[in-house]
Design a binder for this molecule. Sequence first.
Ligand SMILES: [Cu+2]
Length: 144
Amino acid sequence: MRFAGLLSVAIIAAALAAPASAAEVSVSDGWFRALPAGLPAGGYFKLHNDGNAPVTLVGASSSACGMVMLHESMSMGGTEQMMMVDKVPVPAHGVLEFKPGAYHLMCMKPTAAMKPGAKVPVVLEFADGDKLGVNFAVKNAKGQ
Ligand SMILES: [Cu+2]
C-alpha cells in the first residue's frame, strides 16, 4: 500500500534512477462483473503509466476474492479462450485497457462482498515490488 511519505521517497528515487516506479501508475474505471452462483468475476480497468519507462503488472489480490489471476481472452477457431498470463507490460506514457475479450482480472471464489452496487478493494502488484491499492465498483452480469 502507498502512503504519502513513501510516495515522495518513490518520486525522488525515480528522479535519481531511470527505472519507472509504480508511483507513476494509476487506475481508472475499475469494476468487476459479479455473476451468480459464485462464478468467477471478471475485473476490468484502465492502467495508466505516466512514467518514462515501461512498468509490468505481475499480480493482483483482493479481500473480496479467494484469489485473483491475470487472464487474457483470445479467440481461437471461433471460440473465446482465457489464458493465464504472469505479467502484463504497460509502455511508457501508455494506457492499457483491461476489458472483456482482452486482458482482465479473474476473481476466483468471490466473497459475499462481491455484490452489485458495492465497492471492493484491489491491490495491483508490479515487477519492481511496488503495490497500488484501488477500489473497484461491482456491477451485475450486464455490466450495470
Ligand atoms: Cu478470465
